[in-house]
Structure formats: structure tokens, C-alpha cells
Ligand binder design. Structure first.
Ligand SMILES: NC(=O)c1ccc[n+]([C@@H]2O[C@H](COP(=O)([O-])OP(=O)(O)OC[C@H]3O[C@@H](n4cnc5c(N)ncnc54)[C@H](OP(=O)(O)O)[C@@H]3O)[C@@H](O)[C@H]2O)c1
Length: 219
């Protein structure tokens, strides 16, 4: 059994991954900026006799990442990092505002890199350590009105593929690409007209958990 740190575990895909891995008996470290949704997921896991702990973590803030990782590894041996947290940024490049651009790059790229780098030494001390990066089909091809989001996901694809080579034989690193899912991700935008037509994050999580030994998962 592993101790799995999941970012963005209070909603959407992160939440479903937490529930699915907990069901298999793994210990889950639920992280995100808002504690309340994390506590609800922890309660759901506890009701099924699973193990979960909650930590407030803003991956976009390096000081917060360093402090929180220290706190977590004082108490837990984390052997699996699941980089799931991410934000969207949609509209034509002319319309996008600089604050949203900055926030997307800071969260999706720097946040993922900060946390992975900060936890890496600890991961390397564990048995069979793993990292999974939740990317998106936005990390595979360009899309209209998604230029900055796509740029952020291409960056994480490059980061992941490089770590697969750099850490070969020590850490198993998985890149995961999926199409649209019906999650709160789309709540603040009208980029997707009807999110209820998208695949369910619970189904996607189930497939990811079944295939998590693979280096490349496409769903
Ligand atoms: N929905 C889709 O169609 C789709 C498709 C392909 C890939 N993806 C990717 O799937 C991942 C999960 O997205 P989702 O669809 O499940 O959306 P979601 O429900 O909005 O989940 C995103 C999570 O990330 C957390 N988060 C955001 N900024 C953070 C930060 N700075 N530090 C820590 N946590 C942060 C949020 O929690 P807090 O606000 O509490 O921090 C939230 O729980 C993302 O990487 C997204 O790019 C989504």
C-alpha cells in the first residue's frame, strides 16, 4: 500500500482519484487551497474505513509548498505524488487578461514543478516511488481559444517526458492525457456550452487507477 499525495483533491478528478485509491486501501494525503472540500472528501473516505489526511496547500506559492511539504513528510512517508491541480484560462489571446494568464502559468506550470521538486528527495527514499501528472489532450494539440491553457499543458508534457528519462529506474513517472470531463473546472467559463455531455470524472479516475503502472495513459 502507498501513501498518495493528491493535489486539487477536493473536487472533480482529484476527488474521484482520492476516493478510488482509498477504496483500494491506500492512504491519501488530500491537498488543495480550500480545506472545507478536502474535509468532505476525508469524511467520505473515513465512512468507508479508509485513511485520509487533509493539508491546505497552494502549489503556486513556493514558500507554502516548502512549508507544507515539510509538515507532511514529518508525519507521512509519501511514495506517490499525483499532480492533478490545475486551472483553466479560455478565450482568444486578444481577450485574455494578464492576471488570468499569470495565474494559469503560475499554477499549472510552476505549481507542478515546485511541488515535484520539493518532494523529490523524499520520494526517492521510498519503495517504488511514483509521480503521475494529469495533463490533458490540451498537452497534445493546439486548440482555438485555449492558447495559454494549452501552452501550460504542453509545458507539463515536456516536464513529464524529461523526468521519465531523468528518473528512469528510480521513480515511475506517468503522463495522463484525457479529453473534457464534467467537473467544476468549467463553472467560471462559457467556453464549453454543455458540460453535462462530457465524460464523468469518476469514470476517468477508475480507468486511471486501473492503468497507473503505464508511462502513458490516454483516455
Ligand atoms: N475538466 C476537464 O475537462 C479536464 C480535461 C482534461 C484535463 N483536466 C485537468 O484535470 C485536472 C483537474 O481538473 P478538474 O477538471 O477536476 O477541475 P476542478 O474540479 O476545478 O479541480 C481543480 C482542483 O485544483 C485545485 N487547485 C487549483 N489551484 C490550486 C493551487 N494553486 N494549489 C492547489 N490546488 C489548486 C482546486 O482546489 P482549490 O480551489 O481548493 O485549490 C481544485 O480542487 C486539472 O489539471 C485540469 O487541467 C481537466
Amino acid at each position: 500500500m502507498q501513501t498518495i499525495l493528491i493535489t486539487g483533491a477536493g473536487s472533480g478528478l482529484g476527488k474521484e482519484l482520492a476516493l478510488a485509491y482509498a477504496e483500494l486501501g491506500h492512504t491519501i494525503i488530500l491537498t488543495g487551497r480550500r480545506l472545507e472540500p478536502l474535509q468532505k472528501v476525508a469524511t467520505q473516505i473515513a465512512l468507508k474505513r479508509g485513511n485520509a489526511y487533509t493539508y491546505q496547500l497552494d502549489i503556486a506559492n513556493l514558500e507554502n509548498v516548502k512549508r507544507t511539504v515539510k509538515e507532511i513528510i514529518n508525519k507521512h512517508k509519501v511514495s506517490y505524488l499525483l499532480n492533478n491541480a490545475g486551472v483553466g484560462c479560455f478565450g482568444s489571446l486578444r481577450e485574455l487578461n494578464e492576471v488570468d494568464i499569470q495565474h494559469t502559468i503560475q499554477t499549472n506550470i510552476l505549481g507542478t514543478i515546485y511541488l515535484t521538486k520539493t518532494l523529490l528527495a523524499h520520494l526517492l527514499q521510498q519503495e517504488n516511488p511514483k509521480i503521475m501528472n494529469i495533463i490533458s489532450t490540451a498537452g497534445q494539440k493546439g486548440k482555438v481559444n485555449e492558447s495559454v491553457y494549452v501552452a501550460s499543458k504542453f509545458a507539463i508534457r515536456g516536464f513529464t517526458e524529461s523526468l521519465q528519462k531523468e528518473l528512469e529506474g528510480t521513480v515511475h513517472v506517468t503522463a495522463t492525457y484525457m479529453g473534457g470531463m464534467n467537473t467544476p473546472f468549467w463553472d467560471e467559463t462559457n467556453h464549453i456550452k454543455d458540460k453535462t455531455r462530457l465524460q464523468s470524472s469518476a469514470e476517468v479516475a477508475k480507468k486511471i487507477v486501473e492503468r497507473d503502472e503505464e508511462l502513458f495513459i490516454e483516455l
